[in-house]
Design a protein around this ligand. Structure first.
Ligand code: ZN
Length: 152
C-alpha cells in the first residue's frame, strides 16, 4: 500500500478510497472532425464500484496535490505520461472530510494507452457520444454534468 491508501468516511456517510482524498484525470481529445474523446478506465468487477467505467486516478498521497496524483496514477495505471500538458481546469466534489478532484487535461491526439494495473480490465478512449451507453462509476456520473460544463 502507498501512503494515503485506505478507506475514509465522509460527512455524507459514504465510504471512499483515499485517506487524503482522491483525484482523477479527465484526459480529453478534441478531434479535427469535431468529435470529443475521453480516456476512461473499466474497473475490475471485484473493486469498489467494480464493473463500472470511470476516470484513471486514485488516492492522494500525504501533501500530494490533486494534479500530481492524477498524473501519477495515469502513468502508473495506463502508461500515459501527461506531464507536458497543462491543466485546463479542476473540479472538486467535496463531501466534507473527503473530496474527489477531477483534473482536466487536453491531449493533442489519442495517445496510446495500456492496461498496467490489475484494477482495470480495460483502458480506452471513449467517444463522448458513447458515454450514455456505459455503466458509469457513480462518483463520475455525479460529477460529470459540472465537469462537462468546464470542457466548454
Ligand atoms: Zn462521500
Amino acid at each position: 500500500m502507498a501512503p494515503g491508501d485506505g478507506w475514509a468516511r465522509c460527512a455524507l456517510g459514504h465510504r471512499h478510497w483515499g485517506i487524503h482524498g482522491a483525484a482523477g484525470l479527465l484526459l480529453t481529445h478534441h478531434a479535427p472532425d469535431g468529435a470529443g474523446w475521453l480516456l476512461m478506465q473499466h474497473r475490475a468487477w471485484w473493486g469498489h464500484h467494480g464493473d463500472t467505467w470511470g476516470l484513471l486516478g486514485g488516492a492522494r498521497g500525504p501533501g500530494e496535490t490533486a494534479e500530481h496524483a492524477a498524473r501519477r496514477e495515469t502513468l502508473e495505471e495506463a502508461g500515459v505520461d501527461v506531464a507536458d500538458y497543462p491543466v485546463g481546469g479542476v473540479y472538486t466534489d467535496d463531501h466534507g472530510g473527503w473530496s474527489y478532484t477531477t483534473v482536466l487535461v487536453r491531449a493533442p491526439s489519442l495517445l496510446p494507452v495500456g492496461v498496467l494495473s490489475g484494477e482495470s480490465t480495460d483502458v480506452r478512449w471513449v467517444a463522448l457520444s458513447e458515454l450514455a451507453g456505459l455503466r458509469l462509476h457513480p462518483g463520475f456520473a455525479a460529477s460529470w454534468p459540472a465537469v462537462r460544463a468546464l470542457l466548454g
